[in-house]
Design a protein around this ligand. Structure first.
Ligand code: CUA
Length: 324
């Protein structure tokens, strides 16, 4: 609808029209009232100007009708903005189940992406059109922000936690990718391209990429290398919780309370094992802060995930090779 309007990048995602819709509504309301008020100021200044020196203004004692009108009308308009905005907000921030997942790590000054079947890319992101894509994003160092103007999506990438962003590309093409948070000297160079491709082309691209290891397989290797498996094991010698089938489940914590074993929980358990101790286990795990990179953390999480989701996500094609 607005693609020919020079100030706006093209609408290339399912979200774009939604975001532009509310944006233009607010712009129209703002323009209407600005012009109305400015016009009335000028009009009244002329109409009620002092015509001769003896003229004295008439005292005004208020008008209930006017008071009610200029309270109720703006109230209703802002409620429309609120309800509409809330709907768009929830749509934009809730990735649908079954979205294709991609890991993204921001670092000074580049974007690294890894697809679930192992294909990696830097400052580029290839996605199929017509399918929801969910990015699971982490930062290796400072605050960054992942921004694709044509998709109308942007999310901060925050050190120490995972942020999600999702979109469904609708038009094949090449779109700008920016870092939208000042992050140091080469912030302006932390840019790239998003390639939206027809699904069959995307599959061909994915097949032609150099797949080293799936994130889950890489995580399985790290799990052995860091000797995690000497405590996290299924038999009688286990000194730490069993990880099979853990992902997505609720975990009972020492001192009461529960936590859901999602990405952020597992990340915290690796870098700050003492933060949440699972009921019935001694707090003996050492911290891996500084020993594992954000990419390795994502790989370890992918591995734990591959050990069995509580609620399997449809559409995920990759599972780690069995490592029991
Ligand atoms: Cu990363 Cu600005």
């Amino acid at each position: 609808m607005f693609t020919n309007f020079p100030f706006f990048p093209e609408q290339a995602s399912a979200q774009a029209a939604q975001v532009d819709g509310i944006y233009f509504f607010m712009l129209a309301v703002t323009a209407f009232f600005s012009l109305l008020i400015a016009g009335l100021v000028v009009l009244f200044a002329i109409k009620y100007r002092r015509r001769h020196d003896e003229e004295v203004g008439v005292a005004i004692h208020g008008s209930l009708v006017l008071e009610l009108l200029w309270t109720i009308i703006p109230f209703l308009i802002t409620m429309v903005m609120f309800a509409w905005g809330a709907k768009v907000f929830f749509d934009i921030y809730r990735p649908p189940a079954g979205a294709m997942e991609v890991y993204v790590v921001g670092k000074q000054w580049m974007w690294k992406a890894q697809h679930m079947d192992g294909v990696r890319e830097i400052n580029e992101l290839h996605v199929p059109v017509g399918r929801p894509v969910k990015l699971i994003m982490a930062s290796e160092d400072v605050l960054h922000s992942f921004y694709i103007p044509s998709f109308r999506v942007k999310a901060d990438v925050v050190p120490g936690r995972y942020n999600h962003l999702w979109f469904t590309a609708t038009k094949p093409g090449r779109y700008h990718l920016f870092c939208a948070e000042y992050c140091g000297t080469k912030h302006s160079g932390m840019i790239g391209w998003v390639y939206a491709m027809e699904p069959n082309e995307f599959q061909a691209w994915l097949g032609g990429g150099d797949t080293t290891q799936t994130p889950a397989a890489a995580g399985a290797k790290l799990f052995e290398d860091f000797a995690c498996s000497s405590c996290h094991r299924g038999d009688a010698l286990a000194r730490a919780p069993e990880l099979k089938g853990l992902f997505g489940k609720s975990v009972e914590l020492q001192g009461g309370g529960t936590a859901v074993a999602d990405e952020s929980y597992i990340r915290e358990s690796i870098v700050q094992p003492q933060a949440k101790i699972v009921n019935g286990f001694p707090p003996i795990m050492p911290t891996f802060q500084g020993l594992v990179s954000e990419e390795q953390l994502l790989q370890l999480i992918a591995y734990v995930r591959s050990l069995g989701d509580a609620a399997p996500t449809p559409g995920r094609t990759t599972q780690a090779p069995g490592k029991d």
